[in-house]
Design a protein around this ligand. Structure first.
Ligand code: KMH
Ligand code: ZN
Length: 271
């Protein structure tokens, strides 16, 4: 079994300081949170940029500042979001890909997202995949529903996604697939052989799905974007605290934790 890649989803687009007082918002705070997560065992960060007032932005220059500040501290893999917030346009959402990061997220279909709709038409997906291909960026294919796997496979047929694919199962978003063990088994059994996968359980699903991934040979995403609690009703102190718990559990299970360079090897990143 490969070593475990832990991704820290540090900020997201939806969580506020009122909900989680330790949410990193400015480029300096996000870079520091990335470094703390790296020291705790994370090999990758999934990043959403925010304006100084806390609202989400897809501004390339804010992402550039975050990317450079993280790189000055450690060699963790930088994976910006192309999901942004539900109200961002496709043109805004693609901006961070133009910085040529090693990876970026790419959602493979439309779904309900709480009381909103997270829009990813075929046109968006094709445009995002093509731009990533042209810029040498490996997509992390975000799967919120089972049919999104088939959408991704259609992009492979069209030559817009290269195999082996790397999936992120985002499970437990109200309006999309739940995060029960049967749901994870279903998704894992639905992806092509040779793919890699990670799981991002939302809220109370985060920890049980992470434990499943550790023993099944998948990888794990944790962090404030997905879950702000350490345990029921107890806020987490930091993203790093959530990462450290996963690293500890993995070691107890006999699964070693990957460094960023080991993660690059596992994911076939060339840079
Ligand atoms: N904020 C969500 C609407 C991604 O980063 O690619 C979308 C999202 C997915 O977080
Ligand atoms: Zn995200």
């Amino acid at each position: 079994m490969d070593k475990l890649i832990i991704t820290a989803a540090l900020t997201g687009a939806e969580v506020t300081r009122e909900q989680q007082p330790n949410l990193p918002i400015t480029p300096d705070e996000i870079a520091e949170a990335a470094y703390e997560a790296y020291k705790a065992g994370a090999a990758m960060v999934h990043v959403h940029a925010r304006k100084s007032d806390g609202t989400p932005t897809q501004d390339k220059e804010v992402y550039r500042e975050i990317k450079e500040k993280i790189a000055a501290k450690c060699n963790i893999i930088f994976q910006p979001s192309t999901g942004g917030a539900v109200w961002h346009t496709a043109e805004e959402r693609i901006q961070p890909v133009l910085l040529k990061p090693e990876m970026a997220s790419l959602t493979a279909g439309t779904c309900n997202f709480g009381s909103d709709v997270f829009m990813n038409t075929e046109e968006y997906m094709e445009k995002f995949a093509k731009t990533m291909l042209e810029n040498g960026v490996k997509p992390e294919i975000e799967i919120f529903e089972r049919g999104m796997i088939d959408n991704a496979l259609r992009l492979v047929k069209k030559g817009l996604l290269k195999t082996p694919l790397h999936f992120d199962f985002v499970m437990g978003v109200p309006g999309a697939i739940m995060g029960e063990p049967r749901d994870l088994m279903y998704l894992v059994n639905s992806i092509p052989q040779g793919s890699t996968w990670t799981v991002a359980g939302i809220g109370r699903y985060e920890l049980p799905l992470a434990v499943m991934a550790i023993v099944m040979g998948g990888h794990v995403r944790v962090g404030f974007e997905d879950n702000i609690y350490y345990s029921k009703g107890v806020l987490a102190e930091s993203n790093a605290q959530l990462v450290a718990r996963i690293a500890r559990i993995a070691k107890e299970c006999g699964r070693e934790v990957a460094t960023p360079d080991e993660a690059r090897e596992i994911l076939g990143l060339t840079k």
